[in-house]
Design a protein around this ligand. Structure first.
Ligand code: A2P
Length: 283
């Protein structure tokens, strides 16, 4: 946590008066529209990993995370993926062909969700949500859950705009968080194409005297999406936080939304034969 603490100090030194606009979760809690990413090193939100879906594993997994983080409760706890992998301490259980070893018998995500609801009852988490759930999977949790999901965290950037998911989420009071909102620059995952180098994004950035990264992030928060851009560089973290001092026009917003290519980076292809692998469905 030391590096994270240093980065937060760096931001507050350079932007001491920055009040972060927030989205309101269905619990009434306010969640900043900008976060520093989830996974090791994040604040407030944590995720239940794919090997911990068995109903008996959910409470111990959450308690372990609380102990590791030194916290009494989590603000938000997300089910990372709708597919359960085999139980145990192997983080990425794989067979000899590199395929994920699935839970046997399968654990439907609603069984996992019911155990997550008990974490709320026990006061260990304030809100629960999902991640990488497509529209029909999110609707299943909304319909059958006693506690409705507060958040669905999905990959989204100008080449993966998820407009149908956003509409469904807004209709059902679910906040969408975008991971990889910059399209993971530097990786070849988008076939060498980066939204940060898109001529239309670059041109809008020049017009506003902002960077392409700031434009990609501003576009998301302006359409009500929370962003969690990851960076190890204090200068970039600061850059990524300076998105609340300018406004994109309606035309800018439409231009960026029009760049959609349904180009997905994070596919978890090692379990794409599971019927609940989410990326055959609509986002
Ligand atoms: P670095 O850690 O060197 O800053 P995403 O959140 O879309 O998955 O992207 C994460 C990647 O984006 C990281 O490799 C990070 O590299 C890079 N990155 C973060 N912020 C910026 C930025 N403002 N401009 C360019 N690249 C960035």
């Amino acid at each position: 946590m030391t590096r994270l603490t240093n980065l937060l100090r760096h931001i507050s030194r350079h932007a001491p008066n920055m009040a972060l606009p927030a989205a309101t979760l269905r619990t009434g809690a306010r969640m900043p529209l900008l976060g520093l990413g989830t996974g090791p090193g994040s604040v407030g939100t944590w995720q239940l990993w794919n090997t911990r879906h068995h109903p008996d594993d959910v409470l111990p997994a959450c308690q372990r995370s609380l102990t590791d983080l030194g916290l009494d409760y989590l603000d938000l706890y997300l089910m990372h993926f709708p597919v359960a992998w085999t139980r145990g301490d192997v983080y990425y259980p794989k067979d000899e062909n590199g395929r994920a070893v699935l839970a046997t018998p399968d654990v439907p995500f609603m069984d996992t969700w019911k155990s997550m609801e008990k974490l709320v009852d026990a006061g260990l988490v304030k809100a629960i949500g999902v991640s990488n759930f497509n529209i029909s999977q999110m609707e299943e949790v909304l319909t059958n859950g006693r506690i409705k999901p507060a958040v669905n965290q999905v990959e989204s950037h100008p080449y993966l705009v998820c407009s149908k998911l956003l509409k469904c989420a807004a209709d059902n009071n679910v906040i969408i968080t975008a991971f990889s909102p910059l399209g993971r620059p530097g990786e070849e995952s988008l076939h060498g194409v980066s939204p940060l180098k898109d001529p239309k994004v670059v041109s809008i950035a020049e017009k506003h005297k902002k960077t392409p990264a700031q434009v990609c992030l501003r576009w998301q928060v302006q359409r009500g999406v929370v962003v969690v851009p990851k960076s190890t560089s204090p200068a970039r973290i600061l850059e990524n936080s300076q998105i609340f001092d300018f406004q994109l026009s309606t035309e800018d917003m439409e231009t960026i939304s029009g760049l959609n290519k349904d180009a997905r980076i994070v596919k978890f292809g090692m379990c794409d034969d599971h019927p609940q692998w989410p990326f055959n469905g609509e986002f």
